[in-house]
Design a binder for this molecule. Structure first.
Ligand code: SF4
Length: 234
């Protein structure tokens, strides 16, 4: 699995896929990404250290992702990220956090701010249709509204290509994301080991009606494949 990559377009940054103790939620009906974890902290640290060593600091902008939340990373890994940020002049660190872990964020932001690094939090909300998100996709976000989510997250991930989504709902999700958050990252559903499958008709609507409109928007990342950032996969 490739764990380090460089994103050269739209918000250029280096990206590292790290490994932590894993998503604690593990209930989202569409997800098997939470399988990338290990309970062996030392083993995780050694793997993460090796990947973090590849970071050059080219853009002063680094994204670290892991299956789950940043707070699921072991302490040695966090220390190593801090060290790398200092040594390679990284001023912005993008991290991920699940809604259930939102209260861990204040301390993380403060800790990195102390080292001169701004933390930017991306949260997977998948859709702002709270009933679909939390009752069908089982996202566990307690029907939180965009304004509440924006108290904790700076950026959001959306998931498109699911049965029931329409041109109107997808456009509405992107526009809500742009209204409340700095950036929006659209992921398209890809086949995985869960029973939720990509809906080809919805995909076609996305590709024809939505994609052309937002493709060049600097605040919108669109991942047609979930490996488009260059990390993950086999
Ligand atoms: S919170 Fe994220 S990693 Fe965890 S089950 Fe849901 S989508 Fe998967």
């Amino acid at each position: 699995m490739n764990r380090y990559s460089v994103i050269t377009e739209k918000n250029p940054r280096e990206i590292v896929l790290l490994r932590g103790s894993g998503c604690k939620w593990r209930k989202c009906s569409f997800c098997d990404y939470h399988l990338d974890f290990s309970c062996d902290e030392e083993e995780n640290f050694q793997l993460n250290k090796k990947e973090l060593a590849k970071v050059k600091g080219t853009y002063g902008n680094l994204e670290t992702i892991n299956s789950g939340s940043f707070c699921d990373l072991d302490e040695q890994t966090v220390e190593e990220i801090l060290r790398i940020c200092g040594q390679r002049h990284i001023k912005r660190l993008h991290i991920e956090c699940h809604w259930q872990d939102r209260h861990s964020l204040a301390e993380i932001r403060q800790r990195f701010a102390g080292a001169g690094v701004e933390v930017i939090v991306k949260m997977g909300v998948e859709t702002f249709d709270a009933a679909f998100r939390d009752d069908v996709l089982l996202k566990g976000m307690e029907h939180a509204k965009p304004r509440e989510i924006a108290r904790f997250a700076d950026e959001v991930c959306l998931l498109f290509g699911l049965t029931g989504q329409t041109e109107r709902s997808m456009r509405g999700d992107i526009e809500t994301g742009l209204a409340y958050f700095r950036r929006v990252c659209v992921n398209l559903m890809t086949e995985n080991s869960t029973p939720i499958k990509p809906d080809r008709q919805v995909m076609t609507v996305f590709e024809k009606q939505i994609y052309p409109q937002y493709r060049d928007n600097e605040r919108v990342d669109i991942l047609l494949e979930n490996t488009d950032f260059g990390v993950g996969g086999e």
